[in-house]
Design a protein around this ligand. Sequence first.
Ligand code: EPZ
Length: 420
Amino acid sequence: MARFFIEGGKRLSGEVNVSGAKNSALPIIAAALLTDKKVTLKNVPDVFDVRTMIELVTHLGARVDFKRNTLSIHTPKVKRLEAPYDIVTRMRASYYVLGALIAREKRASVAMPGGCAIGPRPIDLHIKGFTALGTKISITEGYINADARNLRGQNVDLQGPKGTSVGATINVMLAASRARGKTVISPAAAEPEVVDVANFLRALGVEISGQGSHEITVVGCDSFHSGVNYKIIPDRIEAGTFATVAAITRSRIVVKRAVSEHMTSVLEKLREIGLVIREAEDGIIVDGRGRRKATDIFVAPYPGFPTDMQAQFMALLSTIPGTSTIKESIFENRFMQAVELMRMGANITIEGDTAVIKGVKKLSGTQLMASDLRASSALVLAGLAAKGTTVVRRIYHLDRGYEKFEVKLRRLGASIRRGK
Ligand code: EPZ
């Protein structure tokens, strides 16, 4: 099982190119099933989760070619209606094929996605949305079976215990794309990835409006444009991760292709900590060489501070003098990186959904175990700042969502290598 070997304490410098957004690419690949015409997607990140989604749509009948971050997908005919358990368990976002198959074939059978390290991850809002559109849902032997012969546009309420849902908003948009009539989704998630999926649907020919707000309107259609060629937005979480690399290693890094408008809450926090951040021609210049101070983080849905940046900031705040706090309001169990950081000498106490972090002078390198995608990037960041050698095991978690992570870090001057 591959692991990273990191020699910490180095100052970094130079430029890094941010890849396409994983959390846009996954639903957009599934959305390409809506049409029997060929679709070309640009700036698709070559990460494990994208490879899994390609395996899934191919299983359903799509012909896919994926080279140098360009993906072409053509599904003249859907050959199967079932997303098998062994694929769905590998990647929860497999459930996006449910919305696409309900739209195109009016029937689908998708294995229930399990929970994952960061929480139970229910899908009740997805099911509530499909049901509102007239889909009959039954759950047998761990599969969600959908009968959508009466699919029609409706008002869909996606209010859940933690607010609305990114995944459910996207899944309902997909199903509504071929429903007779108008669908109004509210409250809808406003994340940039939701906007990206909506813009792709519009490129296909779906009448859609309100994306980026908390109310999205979709008018279903049955014919789609041919020759659609769509470019995925840059990954704001990867961009935020590299900005945090600059902060934790006290370096000046140019994060190219970063879209600052997609990451205002992260950049505001980094500035509050003491970083100097400027717009560059194509991206941002992040300077972490000055004095830094503690801060408080309140995770919230977009445009609030993203939960996907919480672990990386926990690593950063562990190295900043003073007391910082992080309140995680989205997922129930997203502090798993804390125990690993404490093994490096970090001073963190967890009180329910809040982590209290007292910065220490220096973390010390040691053997670490990654637990989920963003926690693993946090452990790498801590290793870059720590004294001595850090070994991060189970980096398959990281390979799910970061393209060539160690290669990009080495280009910035980090001492990191992948080994057994
Ligand atoms: C998406 O997950 C992202 N994943 C997550 O990124 C991200 O952390 C999350 O949105 C929040 O921004 C992808 O896009 C593939 P939610 P998703 O539905 O859609 C509850 C990463 O690291 N909920 O907005 O699953 C849920 O339990 C990943 O790239 C319900 O109660 O997130 C959570 O508490 C991790 N019922 C809250 O809503 C539902 O039916 C937000 O979840 C669905 C969700």
